[in-house]
Design a protein around this ligand. Structure first.
Ligand SMILES: O=P(O)(O)OC[C@H]1O[C@H](OP(=O)(O)OP(=O)(O)O)[C@H](O)[C@@H]1O
Ligand SMILES: Nc1nc2[nH]cnc2c(=O)[nH]1
Length: 206
């Protein structure tokens, strides 16, 4: 069983292409830190609650936090839309915000803004809970060639429209630990579900 995972993980990486080197990754995180430090350096800029969106943001969050030089409070939320798949589905909350967010400035950290469904949902939930301001900072924004339901306030780097792994991002649970970013070969992604030609009859009717 363990051999199966090792072989599968290695095969996925063998066909993948490195698109962002580890040093480019670090430079992008540094840029996000600079923008946040500038934003919160002024006296009276506030005491933000920084929320990392687990699990993908774990590496981005851990790399960024020590580069922030202003007083902050940290916690995490856990939301998933992809699970172990390479396509998004419903947004599933695993850990909701535990700190009181009412009246606070919240900085949300996530690894990637892809179709934007996850962060649009997160932002709306925080605003519904009374957050005064929600600043969205993402390590990467994917260029998907169409409008998204949310725009990030701070972006480390922009990625081409490919399924990427590394720096916290996984493919089928593998390779969150890579220090650079790799584009998975389309041949290794699951084929799309075929469109149904006929509607499935409702089992409860009849
Ligand atoms: O913009 P979207 O299309 O909504 O996708 C972006 C989300 O997808 C990833 O999470 P995922 O659901 O894969 O969970 P994970 O963080 O545990 O990997 C990533 O961490 C973002 O939160
Ligand atoms: N690993 C990974 N997770 C994602 N979630 C949304 N887009 C992506 C992606 O390109 N890679």
């Amino acid at each position: 069983m363990q051999d199966f995972h090792v072989t599968r993980a290695q095969a996925l990486l063998e066909h993948a292409q490195e698109i962002v080197t580890p040093s480019q990754v670090q430079a992008a995180v540094g840029q996000v830190a600079d923008v946040l430090n500038e934003r919160f350096k002024a006296p009276g800029a506030g005491f933000p609650l920084v929320l990392g969106v687990m699990g993908g943001a774990v590496v981005f969050t851990g790399t960024l936090l020590p580069q922030l030089d202003f007083p902050l409070e940290f916690d995490y939320i856990h939301v998933s839309r992809y699970g172990d798949d390479d396509r998004g589905g419903q947004v599933v909350w695993k850990v909701i915000p535990r700190q009181n967010v009412a009246g606070r400035t919240i900085v949300v950290l996530d690894d990637i803004l892809d179709e934007g469904e996850t962060l649009a949902h997160v932002k709306q939930r925080l605003l519904d809970m009374g957050a005064a301001e929600v600043i969205i900072a993402v390590f990467a924004d994917k260029d998907i060639g169409r409008n998204k339901p949310i725009v990030a306030d701070i972006v480390g780097l922009t990625l081409p429209n490919a399924f990427v792994v590394g720096f916290g991002m996984d493919v089928y649970g593998y390779w969150r630990n890579l220090p650079g970013l790799w584009a998975i070969s389309p041949q290794d992604l699951k084929p799309a579900e075929p469109e149904l030609e006929y509607p499935v009859p409702d089992a409860k009717a009849s």
